[in-house]
Design a protein around this ligand. Structure first.
Ligand code: GUN
Length: 278
């Protein structure tokens, strides 16, 4: 029987716990989100983050810049936020426009306020096994979801399709830290179905219709990180859910799987950074 991994239900439980945790404090955390340009998907994500934060009692500030903002303006703002004692957490929404060097921007964020865990210090700590200030939100949400449903990770073959710095690479390391055997596949991987068919846990983070019934092993766990609108305007993920789901033991829906978990982990990271700094 297939179990649907309910990211919304778990998100609600996590947010309730965070709310209670924050009620103990007179001070409130402050999350600052920097949004450059008017990418519609980014705007929706940022609005969701703001709404969720406010419901929890986290101050949330969104700083909006036009897409042609000079890089130096962003660097100056980040420096100001780094030294502002009232700012707990800084997030620069990705992707950034072409003329901006995303590495320079991310590197400018203080590791103690890096709520995404993307700075070289935090990602370096993740890769060496030293505890980072916080772990990247989407991979952390995926592992939290697996743990909630008591899905074993140790010794399992986890295949990740997608090698982004936001999901694929940090998730691979986090699964490795939990003693999974990890394979990362990407757009140049040859014979992709031969590899995905060996997965006990298959994670797809590509943003395109790619995972069909010919690509999975019976009873595997499928985590779908992709989210996009198809040609009919319907929100969907990388996995052909209707045909694939019956073959799996556990699967995330899109929407309602990984997406809500990412937001919950962003809130959790904000609270963790706040408590580390008390
Ligand atoms: N764009 C898509 N996902 C993310 C994320 O987790 N963090 C940031 N900063 N930008 C994103």
């Amino acid at each position: 029987m297939t179990v649907i991994l309910d990211g919304k239900k778990l998100r609600d439980k996590i947010l309730e716990e965070l709310k209670t945790r924050l009620e103990k404090y007179t001070l409130k955390p402050t999350l600052v989100v920097i949004l450059v340009g008017d990418n519609p998907a980014s705007r929706i994500y940022v609005n969701n983050k703001k709404k969720t934060a406010e419901n929890l009692g986290i101050n949330s500030i969104v700083i909006n810049y036009p897409s042609d903002v000079p890089e130096q303006v962003l660097l100056d703002k980040i420096e100001e936020l780094n030294s502002d004692k009232n700012v707990t957490a800084i997030l620069v929404q990705l992707p950034l426009p072409e003329h901006i060097d995303k590495f320079k921007i991310i590197n400018a964020i203080s590791p103690e306020k890096d709520v995404d865990g993307f700075t070289p210090e935090n990602s370096g700590r993740l890769f060496t096994g030293e505890e980072p200030y916080v772990y990247p939100c989407t991979p952390k949400g995926i592992i939290r979801l697996l743990d909630e449903y008591k899905i074993p990770i140790e010794g399992k073959h986890a295949v990740i399709v997608g090698r982004s710095n936001i999901v694929g690479k940090p998730l691979a390391q986090m699964l490795l830290n939990r003693n999974a055997t990890v394979t990362i596949c990407h757009s140049r991987t040859e014979n992709l179905p031969d590899i995905t068919k060996t997965a006990d846990i298959l994670v797809s983070a590509v943003g395109g219709k790619i995972i069909g019934i010919n690509m999975i092993k019976s009873n595997c766990v499928v985590i779908d990180v992709g989210i996009f609108k198809d040609e009919n305007g319907k929100t969907r993920g990388d996995v052909d859910f209707n045909t694939v789901a019956p073959l799996t033991s556990y699967i995330t829906p899109v929407p309602g799987g990984v997406g809500p978990m990412t937001i919950a982990m962003l809130m959790s990271n904000t609270v963790e950074l706040f408590e580390k700094n008390l």
